[in-house]
Design a protein around this ligand. Structure first.
Ligand SMILES: Nc1ncnc2c1ncn2[C@@H]1O[C@H](COP(=O)(O)OP(=O)(O)OP(=O)(O)O)[C@@H](O)[C@H]1O
Length: 744
């Protein structure tokens, strides 16, 4: 925009007034009238137009390119943005904003649903509202997450083909909230045989999964850290006859994270705050001290936080009751979680020196509590916790912290203890998911399924003020979001175009600006085509390039490789001019930027510790051995049972595979989830193959996409005062550049 102050050429003559337009500028857009330039105005530069701003009457010349046609006011609240006569960015943003100001947070974009996070509870979802949508056809329903679920249900009944509801968006944008509403709708609207799945049970499942898989981050105070497929399997009559949950790509490293500014999963703090009486004594949690230094668990000193955590724990315990889960199994899970707490206190220390040096628990009394809760001896626990800290017993694992000095020996011990804790936590989650599936899955023959997919949202911590750079876990979540975008692109643009071409229908794509996530996805996950590795050649042949995940994986097995050598290889592969629009170096230590979401969301990453984190520590696997060897029957039987059902969470990185009918029907999907790559210790290739499996699964279904939008960067942590939206204007609430980057 180039505003100009003119003393000549402007007049208020109504005959001069033209069409309504938007003046688009970096901070947003504003309404204006395009004035007729032939009358009055002199010396008009080519490519300029004369406008009058609506809000203050100021007249100015601006670039023609900065103007977009506006629609008539009657279309302000259009239910479907495809109905706008002038379909341009400013008009779409205006429509979403106007609807939001009228408490209409759902908008259609053709078959896709847009939902903006209202940052306040709205009374849009209830049993009564469900009954209004039940049985309806798409064209008879207003945009709502219930209407999308109803459309999927109807399509499943009519075609007998599996359907999926896929929730996409940034962290905190409301994916999980909409996911839960859709699940609630389908449960109530379809009903289930023998009350297998009720709204109460769905609520209980969400409570459990949220406790085990969510945490607090800068972007969302209740951020989901796992991908979930909730499968509803329907019989001939359209009722739910079986259901199951699969959990994958869990950010399990968070359970063993030893940095002060990262929270662990909710369930641990809830257990510590909420276990009372007999349970508290049994778990030996009666002396929890707020000031103690725990490696893995941070307990808030705020009374409010602890009271809330305690109330949440009661709800969690009640959720297991609601699902009729055997209480001995629940107790076994609590024990494993309490063990993590005790191990965090036990910590590690080095005793002796030279050849007699040994690693020991720094606080043996805490370690004894852990051992007795697990039902193993101190020797067994010690061996499981520190096997790899003095000698590198796993030849496949690089010695990144060679135990050649006091610090390195101790660091290796801490890494090992962390590995065990991550393993214990993963097993606890797998057990919880198995118990859920036992409660809701049956072997009744079903004809088709609806898969609801919720994922951790797109992460850009800098957008919420965290300047340290995004982590490797953030990259995994962002990679999944890119793959979902690619799937969306394929299903909504490529496939219809191919269909039109087959049917020889001509479509006018002029002026259509297609953005394509393919190049960045390829930069991240492109498989190696050749065996040339570790070249420092700048002019790599195209065929020799491999994606970031593969580079990280390869680098992590080279002795003496480190985060710097990984970055060097990354820039050897992608330092060329063309790749600069996707990847560039950043000034900070080991920092780089990936231009995510077609450049609309550049994320600054910090690659510190990436190499270490791209291999699973061997101690992770010690957890299952300890649990199976437990002298406590409730523990060993729960975890032996887990293994017998697939023992999936370590190797396949998926929990709950046993419960699924939809995945069982398509055995190739099952294979891709459990393929050889997934079984390797490589965390990065597990990510790649698991995402491949998920996308393959979804591709075979009728897809229904929900795009969730954030109106404020901190929308996942903010609630509008008094729970009210602004009455007259939404301008204070809607961050237009942010919304624009999501719409784009
Ligand atoms: N439809 C809604 N109605 C009311 N509040 C909502 C709605 N959607 C989101 N919110 C609010 O926003 C917060 C963040 O939403 P949610 O956890 O669903 O985001 P998300 O996209 O799943 O985030 P992440 O990817 O981090 O898991 C919720 O805790 C809730 O306070």
């Amino acid at each position: 925009m180039e505003p100009k102050s003119h003393e000549n050429g402007f007049n208020d003559d109504d005959s001069n007034r033209g069409e309504k337009v938007w003046l688009v500028h970096r901070g947003g857009f504003c309404a204006a009238i395009k004035l007729n330039q032939s009358n009055g105005a002199v010396n008009i530069e080519p490519g300029k137009v004369l406008i009058e701003l609506e809000h203050n009457g100021e007249q100015m010349y601006v670039d023609d390119d900065d103007i977009e046609k506006a629609n008539v006011g009657e279309l302000d609240l259009s239910e479907d943005i495809c109905h706008l006569k002038h379909l341009n960015e400013a008009s779409v943003l205006h429509c979403i904003r106007q609807r939001y100001a009228s408490n209409l947070i759902h908008t259609r974009a053709g078959p896709t649903l847009i939902v903006v996070n209202p940052m306040a509870p709205l009374s849009l979802y209830s049993e009564k509202v469900v009954s209004m949508f039940k049985g309806c056809k798409t064209e008879d329903m207003p945009p709502h997450v219930y209407s999308l679920a109803q459309t999927a249900y109807r399509a499943m009944l009519e075609t007998r083909r599996d359907q999926s509801l896929i929730f996409m968006g940034r962290s905190g944008s409301g994916k999980t909230a909409s996911f839960k509403h859709a699940l609630y709708y389908l449960t109530l609207a379809a009903g289930s045989t023998n009350r297998l799945l009720t709204a109460e049970k769905v609520n209980a499942i969400n409570t459990i999964l949220e406790a085990f898989g969510n945490t607090k981050t800068v972007m969302n105070s209740n951020a989901t850290r796992f991908t979930q497929i909730f499968s509803l399997d329907f019989d001939h009559s359209g009722q739910i006859a079986s259901a199951s949950v699969q959990i994958m790509l869990m950010e399990k490293s968070r359970a063993g994270r030893r940095t002060n500014n990262e929270s662990t999963f909710h369930v641990i703090t809830r257990l510590l705050a909420g276990a009372e009486g007999h349970l508290q004594k049994e778990l030996q949690l009666d002396n929890v001290n707020l000031d103690e230094n725990n490696l893995f668990v941070y307990i808030s000193s705020k009374l409010d936080d602890r009271q809330k955590a305690s109330a949440d724990f009661s709800r969690l315990a009640q959720a297991f009751y609601t699902l009729n889960v055997d209480q001995k199994s629940v107790k076994a899970i609590w024990s494993v979680l309490a063990v993590i707490y005790h191990l965090g206190l036990a910590s590690a220390t080095k005793v002796g020196s030279g050849s007699t040096a040994r690693i020991q628990f720094a606080h043996p009394s805490a370690a004894r509590r852990a051992a007795s809760l697990l039902g193993v001896s101190m020797e067994e626990l010690l061996a499981a916790a520190f096997t790899t800290s003095l000698t590198n017993s796993n030849p496949g694992t690089p010695t990144r912290s060679p135990p050649d000095s006091l610090d390195n020996t101790l660091n290796a011990a801490f890494d090992s203890l962390e590995g065990l804790v991550i393993g214990l936590y993963s097993e606890a989650v797998a057990a919880a998911v198995s118990l859920i599936n036992k409660a809701i899955s049956t072997s009744i023959h079903t004809i088709a399924s609806i898969l609801l997919v919720d994922t951790p949202g797109f992460q850009n911590p800098a957008s919420c003020g965290q300047q340290a750079g995004a982590t490797l876990s953030d990259l995994k979540h962002n990679y999944l979001q890119e793959r979902l975008q690619l799937l969306f692109h394929h299903m909504t643009l490529v496939m219809p175009r191919e269909r039109y071409a087959q049917e020889m229908v001509e479509i006018d794509m002029e002026g259509f600006n297609e953005s394509y996530p393919g190049p960045l996805v390829s930069l991240i996950d492109r498989s190696p085509q050749s065996h040339v590795v570790r070249t420092s050649q700048r002019d790599l042949r195209e065929a020799d390039r491999r994606g970031l995940l593969w580079l990280l994986d390869e680098e992590s097995i080279y002795p003496n490789a480190n985060d710097d050598s990984f970055l060097e290889r990354l820039f050897t592969h992608y330092g060329d001019r063309e790749s600069q629009s996707l990847l560039r170096k950043a000034p900070g230590n080991r920092q780089f930027v990936l231009q995510h979401l077609q450049g609309t969301n550049p994320v600054l990453y910090s690659a510190i510790g990436w190499l270490k984190n791209s291999r699973e520590h061997p101690a992770v696997k010690n957890a299952i051995t300890l649990l199976q060897d437990s002298s406590k029957e409730e523990i060993s039987s729960l975890f032996i049972g887990n293994l017998a059902r697939g023992g999936t969470i370590f190797c396949g990185s998926i929990a709950g595979m046993e419960g699924t009918q939809s995945l069982r029907r398509v055995s190739s999907i099952r294979r891709s989830f459990t393929s050889a790559g997934v079984k390797r210790n490589s965390v990065m290739l597990q990510v790649k193959f698991t995402v491949d499996g998920l996308i393959d699964t979804l591709r075979r279904t009728g897809t229904h996409f929900v795009h969730c939008y954030l109106l404020q960067h901190n929308g996942g942590t903010a609630t509008i005062a008094n729970g009210k939206l602004l009455q007259h204007t939404s301008e204070d609430i809607v961050n237009v550049p942010l919304l624009r980057s999501q719409v784009g």
